[in-house]
Design a protein around this ligand. Structure first.
Ligand code: GLA
Length: 516
């Protein structure tokens, strides 16, 4: 009888509390995801399929935290084509427990509790590329529901084994299935440029690969990366907040690249407003690579709220002058890239970057962290082979960093007893790396009746206190997805909405916070 009543309580309370909190189709489209390029780590470039498993992903989660990458905004992490699931006889996806003993939901919880977001991978065809995993073809709705149930926040959908499928139509079906699944998930299209997704992708996904793979697993290929830059550069008009050209995951820090190449690669990805998905082995990163990947001034260019993709505005011999990237405070980003074999002296003239010759401008070097000026007319700089000068140019000598948000956790787990009415509390702290304090985060009004959220500010960090009142709650599991919104105060541009999970278990036992 007791067991029966627990089952009944679970069946009625959990889906009910979730349904109260689930977005409509219109709200799903207005999910404000990825308003700046997604940042994170993905295993494919370094490892390929082997040895992707729970141990590797958890070690990389710890490395993201301990290396300082998390602190500067790297957030999304998870397996790529890593033999994560199979399809069972009933057609449902099931976690591969041999490789991921906690199950895919368990891995997601681990990632969320560390203040990171969960990325998963699938394919639009019958199978993934190696055929080791099933694709979503003819299972679109049930598969997207599975990714939502595993609490994915980011989904990369590959394009292998898709014979006879139309690219735009297939990804649109998957988008609708994702909306129907009810969890806001960054949607990463991976058709390698097939079907020209830059022409229609903005209304379908948040990012789309523009080219083939940047390298074979474990083999960084500088020449191929440069071809990808040339192709991706031409598509600059398609990029903007919520919809990005994706020239593939990064190779910076992989064996075979020099320090100058790592610096150039990272600067190019920042200048192209490309997703910053690190692809190197973070467990054995050199101090030089760590310093490059965590350069907040460079990341600030990538994470600028205007979301403009820079482009080549002039060539001087082999040297490329990249500009056209106005930033939130009215300053301009400029990249001088020397892909040649000899040092090059280059003049950046103010008219090249949209200022009149007589304008007095300050120049910030984003790698040496020095400011000079004011200068009129332009500046001359010498750039070593394969290296860059990455600059920010402004009428004032203040070079503010835009908001780059870091959370201490994305999952609040509370447990209470149904026998006595109590208040339970769990917090989420959001910090900005930006120069300015942010307005208070606005929590969506539509929360389930058992949950309220209060926001308090402590300068650049704000605490969202989640209070649960157990009064009247039956035994069972309850879940809510909380959404918080904010704006960048200088430009008035919206910041990506922030989502976190609140889990509540009502037992017959003792109240408190579930042991993390
Ligand atoms: C494709 C993608 C890669 C990776 C592999 C996995 O090649 O472009 O990024 O996901 O599939 O097989």
């Amino acid at each position: 009888m007791v067991i029966l009543s627990i089952i009944i309580a679970f069946l009625f309370s959990a889906p009910l509390s979730w349904a109260q909190n689930q977005p409509s189709a219109v709200e799903a489209a207005d999910n404000r995801l990825a308003l700046t390029p997604p940042m994170g780590w993905y295993p494919w470039n370094e490892f390929g399929q082997e040895p992707q498993n729970e141990k590797l992903i958890k070690e990389m989660v710890e490395a993201v935290v301990s290396s300082g990458l998390k602190e500067v905004g790297y957030t999304y992490i998870g397996p790529d084509e890593g033999i994560c699931f199979s399809r069972d006889a009933s057609g449902k996806l099931a976690s591969n427990l041999a490789r991921y003993p906690s199950g895919l939901r368990g891995l997601g919880d681990y990632i969320h509790k560390r203040g990171l977001k969960y990325a998963l991978y699938t394919d639009a065809g019958t199978h993934t590329c190696s055929k080791a995993m099933p694709g979503t073809r003819d299972h679109e709705h049930e598969d997207m529901a599975a990714f939502a149930a595993w609490r994915a926040d980011y989904l990369k959908v590959d394009w292998c084994n898709t014979k006879g499928q139309d690219v735009a139509r297939t990804y649109t079906t998957l988008r609708d299935a994702l909306y129907a699944a009810g969890r806001p998930i960054v949607f990463s299209l991976c058709s390698w440029g097939e079907g020209e997704p830059w022409k229609w992708g903005a209304s379908v996904g948040n990012l789309w690969r523009t080219t083939g793979d940047i390298c074979s697993p474990g083999k960084a290929d500088w020449g191929n990366a440069m071809k990808i830059v040339a192709a991706n550069e031409k598509l600059y008009q398609a990029a903007g907040p919520g919809h990005w050209n994706d020239p593939d995951m990064m190779i910076a820090g992989m064996d075979g690249l020099s320090e100058a190449q790592n610096r150039s690669f990272f600067s190019l990805w920042c200048m192209m407003a490309a997703p910053l998905m690190a692809g190197n082995d973070l467990r054995k990163m050199t101090p030089s690579t760590a310093q490059i990947l965590t350069n907040l001034e460079a990341i600030g260019i990538n994470q600028d709220p205007l979301g403009i993709q820079g482009r080549i505005v002039r060539r001087d011999g082999q040297v490329e002058i990249w500009a056209g990237k106005r930033l939130f405070d009215g300053s301009q980003a400029v990249l001088v890239f020397n892909p040649g074999v000899a040092p090059a002296q280059v003049q950046v003239a103010w008219p090249d970057i949209g200022f009149a010759k007589s304008t007095m401008l300050y120049v910030r070097d984003l790698w040496t962290h020095r400011t000079t000026g004011p200068h009129t007319g332009g500046i001359t700089t010498t750039v070593a082979p394969n290296d860059v000068a990455f600059l920010r140019i402004s009428r004032t000598s203040a070079f503010p960093v835009p908001p780059i948000i870091v959370a201490d956790t994305y999952q609040v787990s509370l447990r209470g007893s149904g026998s006595s009415a109590r208040k339970l509390e769990g917090t989420v702290t959001l910090k900005t790396n930006g120069s300015d304090e942010l307005p208070l985060w606005k929590v969506q009004p539509r929360l389930p009746a058992w949950l309220s959220v209060a926001v308090t500010s402590n300068g650049k960090s704000q605490t969202l206190t989640n209070t649960v009142s157990t009064a009247g709650l039956k035994q069972g599991f309850y879940h809510a997805l909380v959404r918080a919104d904010n704006t960048e105060p200088v430009s008035g541009k919206p910041i990506s909405a922030l989502y976190y999970d609140v889990d509540l278990e009502i037992t017959g036992g003792v109240d408190g916070r579930k042991g993390d």
